[in-house]
Design a protein around this ligand. Sequence first.
Ligand SMILES: [Fe+2]
Length: 399
Amino acid sequence: MSIEQTLTSQERLAELDLDQLRQLVGLVEYDAADDPFPVTGWDAVVWAVGNATQTALFYQAIFGMELVAYSGPETGNRDHRSYVLRSGAVRFVIMGGVDPASPLLDHHRRHGDGIVDIALEVPDVDRCIAHARAQGATILDEPHDLSDAHGTVRTAAIATYGDTRHTLVDRSRYSGPYLPGYATRGPGRPQGARGRVFQALDHVVGNVELGRMDSWVGFYNRIMGFTNMAEFVGADIATEYSALMSKVVASGDHRVKFPLNEPAAGRKRSQIDEYLEYYAGPGAQHVALATNDILHTVDVLRGRGIEFLDTPGSYYSDPGLRARIGEIRVPIEELTARGVLVDRDEDGYLLQIFTRPIGDRPTVFFEFIERHGSLGFGKGNFQALFEAIEREQARRGNF
Ligand SMILES: [Fe+2]
């Protein structure tokens, strides 16, 4: 299989190659021949928000994303406005209801700003749906073609946790900016690498109800042919009051990674319980965006007003930290100054940082991650992170 065939259309557009992706998001070799549900990579993260017009501006002005396509009343879509944004290989689609009867407004009333669709690019939509159906998946949209002057997209959708879906997209016969019906939009300037603060999507985490983590891991194993990654967080990693359990499933080459969390019993309500209450059910908890210079990313975003979780001072003064992390590319003082966390496993290390929730509800947030060989998710940082999140919860009176 040639390199060209294994990149998504968005990755090719971003001029990323497999070597860069291996570094950025921890790609591994794999044999697609036996995969019952081949996935090329991420297609889009689709959001339903209360005000798509303003949110799209937020992602341009603060996150440095570029507006590339638009659908709305002006293009014949009377139901909602939809803005397509990109940064490197990452595509966000921001939707908000226009028609008072739009189902997007019902979604927003229930869940607040959140992710409605984690769309994946696949080489063969029909083959994936046939396998998913045989394994008992809920098919939300049967395979069908969408066409315009730019060509044809074949697409379908299956249900996952909560009100979240996975749309599957084959865009091999399509050259338009997003999907048929969307008009090309944007400032017309090429997106220079300097303006970008992230290049690729690393993982999207799902929060599910108590006792449901293993059944959702089974869903991804059975329906989508995903395999389990080594990282497992048990309830033993927790503070006195709050706990979670976490397992990770991934597509064949690890391009698409889904950690799945469930709350674990503690003396007080865990951060996952808080999410489930305020999102009114299971949903996507955080989106991890890969950068090759996390110090620059944090400096730019903080300068534009983004708030990150505080890291306890004790995290950096812990004499065990240097021994645990070993040699890394920057002095620890540079990480301390920014609150960037570091974790190491047998394959290498990673640097990571988490934002506060980005909407009004204490639900969805972002992670920025810079990988150096590590294929993990920062398990060694869970304890430090937990303590930081609990302080935030207490400030909101939810702890
Ligand atoms: Fe994460």
